[in-house]
Design a protein around this ligand. Structure first.
Ligand SMILES: [Zn+2]
Length: 419
């Protein structure tokens, strides 16, 4: 069966508004919405506990264990931790497809970062409390509400606390889920919870490709070896040429050279030089075009450097020790939802029902993975408000969290259908 086909799923064929009306008319759903408001103290407690467990990229194991225990507590079935550390739990339903509700459990903070997580009034302070404490707690809150209030739903719901969203994690948790897990073909719609807030919908996946470009040469003395190819000059030529590559404003495509290194002393021809290049776009084709331009700029820069030396008559041939490489150091796929996508209609219906004003955003989140595979996915916030993400001054304000939680629950149930 085609993955995005809604054929054979009559409940999902109804318009989003009709499906939502059915959802909100159910007494257990009304109880669940009230429960979400009443349990704030529990949610804040969970958030403090979670945020006190360090979770640097590739170091999420203790958090995985903590979340797995909470998944049992909120009554999820088949709770497991997979090969890469993702925590999975299910609310069973009917049919071969499912809806996934996920939140990344990793942070950007390296091991050893002082966490000092604390609560003052409605605010929680500490690294990672909002990104992604808010998302993980929202996922637990919704699972808890569904369990306590016996909320019915048709399709199974897969809850995922995934690893590896931030930085060098490079979306490895989500990639694993969509390429190697037993759920990979079953996930019909994905709701990704990332950070605080209720006023955004990320439906455009900002992709990125990052490279380290390294040029190595024989090096030498600036006086006696003059004429040996100079890796810094080669890199400079490559930069100059790459920086002239035209980029479209739609789809917005950008590049940056963020780090340059090389050389040891003013009177030495360097043995190596390197630069780090960041390419971003919502279009895979544009990112590929820029990557090609980068490689071409480097090849030409080497040729030019050799030609210059040849004209000087000092270095007739390319020395075997002159090498270059373009090493990928980051790769996040790009993608975009069609404006008539079902998941966008559902979140719009929910926002209009809740009187919530939200805007479409473009960002790099776990939703990049399903979006790049042509699946329907959005990323939304876990409610409340937050700031200072990726800094030690990060904060989360629980005030108004229930709006975000209601939004998530209603969107999830509308996507899953109520049978
Ligand atoms: Zn995040």
């Amino acid at each position: 069966m085609a993955l995005n086909s809604r054929a054979g799923l009559p409940d999902l064929a109804c318009s989003a508004n009709q499906s939502l009306s059915r959802v909100v008319s159910l007494p257990p759903v009304r109880s669940a919405l009230a429960w979400l408001r009443a349990q704030e103290a529990q949610f804040a407690q969970w958030q403090l506990e979670l945020s006190r467990i360090p979770a640097p990229p590739f170091g999420e194991a203790v958090r995985s264990e903590w979340l797995s225990a909470r998944f049992h507590e909120v009554g999820l079935a088949d709770v497991t931790i997979d090969e890469v550390g993702n925590v999975l739990g299910v609310r069973p339903g009917i049919g071969g497809h499912c809806i996934s509700l996920s939140a990344h459990i990793d942070t950007v903070f390296p091991a050893g970062t002082p966490l000092n997580v604390r609560q003052l009034g409605s605010k929680i302070y500490g690294p990672g409390v909002s990104d992604n404490g808010a998302g993980v707690i929202a996922m637990l809150a919704v699972a808890g509400a569904m369990q306590v209030c016996q909320v019915p739903h048709a399709l199974p719901i897969l809850f995922v606390g995934n690893v590896g969203e931030e930085g060098e994690g490079d979306l490895r948790g989500m990639r694993h889920l969509f390429t190697a897990s037993r759920w990979k073909d079953a996930i019909l719609y994905s709701l990704v919870l990332d950070g605080a807030g209720s006023d955004t919908v990320v439906s455009e996946a900002l992709g990125s490709r990052r490279f380290e470009v390294i040029v190595r040469g024989p090096g030498g003395h600036s006086w006696s070896d003059f004429g040996a190819p100079n890796p810094i000059l080669i890199l400079a030529r490559a930069m100059n040429s790459f920086a002239k590559t035209p980029v479209p404003s739609l789809p917005k495509t950008v590049f940056n050279i963020g780090v340059v290194r090389g050389g040891t002393s003013v009177n030495s021809i360097p043995e190596s030089a390197s630069m780090r290049v960041d390419i971003r776009s919502t279009s895979m084709a544009e990112m590929e075009r820029l990557e090609d331009a980068l490689r071409l700029s480097l090849d030409r820069a080497i040729q030019e450097e050799l030609q210059v030396q040849e004209r000087r008559g000092v270095a007739p041939r390319r020395p075997p020790s002159l090498t270059s490489e373009v090493v990928p150091i980051g790769n996040r796929p790009a993608g975009e939802l069609q404006l008539n996508a079902h998941v966008l209609q559902v979140i719009a219906a929910v926002d209009s029902h809740l009187g919530n004003a939200a805007q479409i955003h473009r960002a790099s989140t776990d939703a990049n993975v399903p979006l790049s595979l042509g699946r329907e996915a959005i990323a939304i916030g876990g409610g409340g408000s937050g700031g200072g993400a990726h800094t030690l001054q990060e904060w989360f304000d629980c005030s108004g969290r229930e709006l975000g939680l209601r939004r998530i629950l209603l969107a999830l149930l509308t996507l899953a259908g109520v049978g």
